[in-house]
Design a protein around this ligand. Structure first.
Ligand code: SF4
Length: 259
């Protein structure tokens, strides 16, 4: 779904229409298993201009395989009648006609029902973020197949591509370093500067000696080690430690290196 969304992407790698359809398809399976009559969502007509307009809502419903059985109570009066309404399982007159981006009416409703603890409207989906999307695109381009760990790694540190096969991930702070260390797997290379505070650098699936040397220069670049002399970098692969001598690469990196 994410690689080839039938209805395309939003402003980044967010295939919202396909994603909604997938969520509802999955929810529909649960509904059938549990013996439910219909699905309902908190969608509001026009809240998202591309994925929640009338035609997008219709497409999502069709693609989910549950046509007529998806109720959007907040906007139902602006949408065609659904099967549960026709069957009298839901009273249409009690449903609402909210439209647009404002959340004023929803917030008033929340107050009426004494609901105080709800999420803020902003963001939440990594696929809508430009940096995460760039990294994901890079992963799609460079790797035929990948696993959940590869996706999890996209959320951590700075990513720099050294070649078509080799990328490095450099921790930005202690928390990143800890995550990188936790996510390292057999066959990966891990680098850190000896004797100076600095990042943990990961080469997923490892690299050749030249890649390791370039990565060592980057590791020094982001550390507190002196930039004008050779420094020792500790290189670990599969629990075996070696030392590499390297000097920092220039402070300003070619922009094409950054993913
Ligand atoms: S914002 Fe993200 S989670 Fe929400 S529909 Fe779009 S792709 Fe899916």
């Amino acid at each position: 779904m994410l690689r080839h969304p039938k209805y395309g992407y939003g402003s980044n790698m967010n295939p919202c229409i396909d994603c909604h359809a997938l969520m509802l398809r999955e929810a529909g399976r649960v509904m059938e298993k549990e013996g439910g009559d219909f699905l309902f969502t908190g969608e509001v007509l026009g809240q998202r201009p591309m994925s929640q307009n009338k035609s997008a809502l219709r497409v999502v419903e069709k693609e989910s395989g549950y046509e007529g059985r998806i109720l959007r109570p907040l906007s139902a009066k602006l949408l065609p009648e659904t099967i549960p309404e026709r069957e009298g399982k839901v009273a249409r007159e009690k449903l609402l006609n909210i439209r647009g981006r404002s959340r004023k009416r929803q917030m008033e409703l929340a107050k009426t029902y004494h609901i105080r603890d709800y999420l803020s409207p902003a963001g939440g989906c990594l696929l809508t973020e430009p940096i995460f999307s760039r990294r994901l695109r890079d992963l799609f381009q460079q790797r035929g197949s990948f696993g959940i760990r590869d996706i999890e790694l996209l959320k951590v540190g700075r990513h720099l591509r050294l070649s078509a096969d080799v990328k490095v991930i450099v921790g930005r702070h202690a928390e990143d370093n800890e995550k990188i260390s936790r996510m390292a797997a057999p066959g990966d290379d891990l680098l850190r500067v000896k004797g100076y505070p600095g990042p943990l650098l990961l080469i997923p699936s490892g690299g050749g000696l030249e890649d390791v040397k370039r990565a060592a220069s980057l590791c020094i670049r982001y550390s507190d080690a002196p930039k004008d002399e050779a420094v020792t970098v500790i290189w670990t692969r599969d629990g075996r430690e070696q030392e590499v001598q390297a000097q920092s690469c220039p402070r300003s990196l070619p922009p094409e290196l950054m993913i």
